[in-house]
Design a protein around this ligand. Structure first.
Ligand SMILES: Nc1ncnc2c1ncn2[C@@H]1O[C@H](COP(=O)(O)OP(=O)(O)OP(=O)(O)O)[C@@H](O)[C@H]1O
Ligand SMILES: [Mg+2]
Length: 224
């Protein structure tokens, strides 16, 4: 096995629903090897989004340990967590949340503006060009197709060169052609930037693109 970039030990997460406690993640042990693609499947409600939110440090957990690049996430305060996340983690939400009042170009510049200040940067242009989206750079999100919006959201999530990219059901409601483009995009990001990727999906063909496939069931991760 190569370098382990993320390591979860007996990670447990539950929600309090009224007087009942729902254990969504039950002692999850998972090691992500740097530069690999991991895919997660599971029924609706099985906890896939919860798993991604917790592993990406967007959400807290009850017990267990989470190490990202050997750093213990639980030991961080709020400020440290957000700068750590900004530095190392990319996240693509199921609903891409592009900012409607900004053009495609400005949407992908946004993470750099937040990190380094307002201005022009080369990298988003290069990425848009690489992925055939240069022609829509000055359009607004509601003027481009769903598949294009999804790819813009992916580019936006990688402009800061995160170490790990989490994607929660990125194929959403894409048709077959756009799903194929999406798979190609993830493979290229993984290969060209050696980025570690973890994604959830209901789509069987996307589930197969990774190095490792797990099913989340009854709070446990089962290797498939
Ligand atoms: N904030 C919350 N408070 C209480 N229960 C929650 C909360 N968020 C999620 N849950 C519950 O936790 C379980 C797992 O939800 P989660 O969203 O992680 O599932 P999922 O596998 O991503 O489902 P889907 O495939 O529909 O997106 C569900 O039973 C859900 O109702
Ligand atoms: Mg979900």
């Amino acid at each position: 096995m190569g370098k382990i970039i993320l390591n979860s030990k007996n990670l447990t997460k539950s929600y309090q629903n009224g007087d009942r406690r729902l254990v969504v993640l039950n002692r999850i042990n998972l090691k992500l090897e740097a530069g690999t693609i991991t895919t997660i499947i599971g029924e609706s409600g099985s906890g896939k989004s919860t798993l991604l939110n917790v592993l990406s440090s967007l959400d807290t957990f009850d017990s267990g340990k989470l190490l990202i690049e050997n750093e213990d996430i639980k030991s961080f305060n709020e400020k440290k967590i957000s700068s750590f996340r900004n530095e190392k983690i990319g996240f693509i939400f199921q609903f891409h949340h592009l900012l409607p009042d900004f053009t495609v170009m400005d949407n992908v510049l946004m993470p750099l503006w937040i990190k380094k200040g307002f201005g022009q940067y080369e990298r988003p242009l290069d990425l848009l060009s690489d992925f055939g989206l240069l022609k829509i750079k000055d359009k607004y999100p509601d003027e481009v197709s769903g598949g294009e919006r999804q790819r813009v959201a992916i580019i936006r999530s990688i402009v800061n060169k995160p170490k790990i990219l989490f994607a929660d059901e990125p194929s959403g409601n894409l048709d077959e052609k756009n799903s194929a483009k999406l798979i190609d995009l993830f493979k290229r990001i993984n290969r060209d930037f050696n980025m570690t990727i973890m994604l959830t999906t209901h789509n069987p063909s996307i589930a197969k693109i990774g190095n490792n496939l797990y099913e989340l069931k009854s709070g446990e991760l089962i290797k498939r």
